[in-house]
Ligand binder design. Structure first.
Ligand SMILES: Nc1nc2c(ncn2[C@@H]2O[C@H](COP(=O)(O)OP(=O)(O)OP(=O)(O)O)[C@@H](O)[C@H]2O)c(=O)[nH]1
Ligand SMILES: [Mg+2]
Length: 454
């Protein structure tokens, strides 16, 4: 869906802001120039059009045929001191789907239009309440289902992400203007824009863009779960461990070596962090085609994981061999590797500093492992604010390319015209990130993902 915000911003919009279905309370929200007037038309009590901002009023909402529908509380927020910076009215009803549907229809009849998904937040953005990365953070905040994702969204909502770039962008704008002025004096061969200062600024912007982009993997992992793979030889108890961590009988467990063939994936939250856990086929040389494919897939997951859990049964695989196998796995250079000696109830191992010993089958709590997992997650937190979604990562990539082009233009002493062009493109890329430069298409893609009423 494409937005044409300019056409629609004069509309007064209405939507249910609480989840559909039965609830103690259901909130219907109005925003726009006619918000108070529309609400007042359906409200018996104080004349809402005569009340001060930031006040609440108890009264009756009048339904079809002038019949009272429900006793409600109306909260008034006059723009710009509201979420959308427009006049906003929030009506709290008893949470009956019948009442709420009827009320919505009544408010539409009284002059409001049903809101599109994310339209309240779109307006807040268009009215300058926050930049685009903050608007996106509102959606992330609502979707956050663990403490780490919540913290990340909150950082973005506070504006940490856009602000640093906005500051750099406005300095670059000044330089771009100076370079363009030079073009007007091309004959006279003057330089208004100090090239070494410009270079330092571009270097700083590039460093910031790269830092934000580098954190994307971590930011994304915190949102969707830290990719954690369980590997080891067949029968080591990998699937048993997965089931225990998930608290669910997700994977088939059997004494037959080679039970798991495909990757089994699910996520769980531990200590406020989400882990995306993958159980894999046991690693061994095999002539069985299907099992060999399973092993190939296991190694594929190892290559993508931030955390590799190597499970072994000391009775089947001596410690030194397990250590070696773990070290030889094709994991990412910064992936964290943990060695887990399983089946301690039947094949006990003496304590070793690099080994977590447990019995996935017997232990009431998997304490040493859960402690290690939480510790890892804490250390995994990216420093400062980082890119959190694919759009940010893509746009940051383009910013970096454009800034590198500016750097190159400066190094090569290219003409003012070319430099000005590169600068303009770099500015456009940064502006796209913060929303200073935005197209309806971008806005549609972002706000279309919101729920209605936000
Ligand atoms: N005694 C004991 N048995 C265990 C423990 N963990 C797993 N087992 C048993 O070991 C056998 C293999 O367990 P699985 O979880 O299927 O092993 P796996 O590593 O997933 O095996 P594959 O899928 O074949 O690679 C099953 O019979 C489990 O019940 C444990 O801590 N103690
Ligand atoms: Mg298995």
């Amino acid at each position: 869906m494409l937005y044409s915000p300019a056409l629609r911003r004069s509309d007064t919009i209405v939507a249910l802001s609480t989840p559909p279905g039965l609830g103690a309370i259901g909130v219907v929200r109005l925003s726009g120039p006619e918000a108070v007037a529309v609400a007042a038309r359906c409200f018996r009590g104080h004349d809402l059009t005569q009340q001060a901002s930031h006040t609440v009023h108890v009264g009756w909402f009048v339904g079809p045929g002038g019949q009272p529908l429900d006793e409600v509380v109306a909260a008034l927020f006059h723009g710009p001191r509201s979420y959308t910076k427009e006049d906003v009215v929030e009506l709290s009803f008893h949470g009956s789907p019948y009442i709420l549907q009827t009320a919505l229809a009544q408010l539409v009849a009284a002059g409001a239009r049903l809101a599109e998904p994310g339209e309240f937040t779109l307006r807040a953005y268009l009215n300058g309440r926050f930049d685009l990365t903050q608007a996106e953070a509102v959606a992330d905040l609502i979707a956050a289902d663990n403490a780490a994702a919540h913290k990340l969204a909150l950082q973005h909502l506070r504006g940490g992400f856009g602000q640093a770039l906005q500051a750099l962008r406005s300095q670059l704008v000044d330089f771009a203007a100076l370079v363009e002025v030079e073009l007007d004096f091309a004959e006279e061969d003057v330089e208004f824009a100090d090239r070494s200062q410009l270079r330092a600024l571009v270097t700083r912007a590039l460093a910031e863009v790269r830092r934000l982009a580098a954190g994307f993997g971590a930011g994304n992992a915190l949102k969707h779960g830290i990719p954690t793979v369980i590997v080891g030889r067949p029968n080591a108890g990998k699937s048993t461990l997965l089931n225990r961590l998930l608290g669910d009988d997700r994977a088939i467990v059997s004494p037959v070596a080679g039970t798991t063939r495909d990757v089994i994936e699910d996520s769980f939250v531990l200590g406020g962090y989400r882990f995306r856990l993958m159980d894999t086929a046991g690693l061994r040389d095999t002539t069985d085609l299907i099992e060999a494919e399973g092993v190939r897939r296991s190694l594929d997951r190892v290559r993508q994981a931030a955390l590799v859990l190597y499970v072994f049964d000391p009775a089947d695989e001596p410690l030194t061999q397990a250590r070696q196998a773990l070290a030889q796995l094709p994991a990412l250079p910064d992936a964290h590797r943990l060695l887990i000696a399983n089946k301690q109830d039947i094949s006990p191992l003496a304590p070793e500093p690099d080994v977590i010993r447990l019995s996935a089958l017997q232990d009431a709590a998997l304490e040493p492992l859960t402690v290690a997992l939480t510790q890892f997650a804490e250390g995994f937190q990216p420093a400062g604010v980082v890119a959190a979604n694919q759009r940010h990562a893509d746009t940051l990539g383009r910013c970096a390319t454009q800034l590198e082009a500016v750097q190159h233009a400066l190094d090569a002493g290219l003409s003012g015209e070319l430099l000005a062009l590169d600068l303009r493109m770099a500015l456009a890329a940064i502006g796209e990130l913060t929303g200073e430069v935005s197209s309806d298409e971008v806005l549609g893609a972002i706000f279309g993902k919101f729920c209605i009423g936000k």
